[in-house]
Write a protein that binds this ligand. Structure first.
Ligand code: FMN
Length: 189
């Protein structure tokens, strides 16, 4: 099996809609289909959406990647698809991860600022910038992640038990419980 990795930039053709559970609905649908299809094809990677533009990074078997890329390129939800990277890979670096949302918007803004860029325009990314984006996606996926106000997604662990929304709910419930115990304790004193 010949492994390859690839990245592309494209422009969304839809106008961003109010987000549902932190993710732009069109992007949420793309992530849902990718989550369903990519693991079956042994494809891993990440998708970032910002400034109505996409940056997608994929790793996997060459035939599988070329097939899915053929489909993706024809998708009318984006245009001006520009291949940024397409090259052989010795081993998969995103193993065990499938599509997932991560809170990366701030990291990306920080990265853009550090590179003197004022907006997310992946079609103009240099090789170095592409690698930095991939690094951000990879690191974000390693530390896990939660939903975000900005729609985005990347590789996530297969078979994760809780969705980001449920995780937020559990954390909120935990914080409320501790607060109630503290207040109760103070009132009893
Ligand atoms: C920016 C973008 C990224 C996409 N990424 C993937 C992907 O990684 N995997 C995938 O199967 N489909 C992806 N799609 C969706 C495909 O274009 C296509 O709609 C889908 O593969 C059809 O799947 P189905 O035949 O199972 O319905 C993407 C679409 C867009 C616009």
């Amino acid at each position: 099996m010949a492994l390859i990795r690839m990245a592309y930039a494209s422009e969304a053709t839809f106008s961003p809609q109010p987000s549902e559970a932190g993710v732009e609905p069109n992007v949420a649908r793309i992530l849902m289909v990718s989550r369903r299809n990519n693991p079956r094809r042994g494809i891993v990677g990440g998708l970032y959406y910002g400034n109505n533009q996409f940056f997608q990074y994929l790793e996997g078997d060459e035939d599988a990647i070329r097939d899915v890329y053929d489909v993706i390129r024809k998708d009318t939800r984006h245009r001006n698809v520009k291949t940024l990277i397409m090259e052989p890979l010795s081993e998969v670096t995103f193993s065990n991860w499938t599509m997932k949302y991560v809170p990366m918007a701030e990291d990306v803004s920080r990265l853009l600022k550090s590179e003197g860029l004022d907006r997310f325009e992946p079609a103009k990314f240099s090789d170095r910038m592409c690698e930095k984006m991939i690094g951000l996606i990879r690191n974000a996926s390693e530390t896990g992640g939660y939903g975000n106000r900005v729609a985005m997604g990347t590789a996530g662990p297969v078979g994760e038990v809780f969705t980001p929304g449920v995780r937020y709910g559990l954390v909120a419930a935990g914080v409320s419980l501790v607060a109630a115990l503290v207040i109760g304790g103070v009132l009893l004193l």
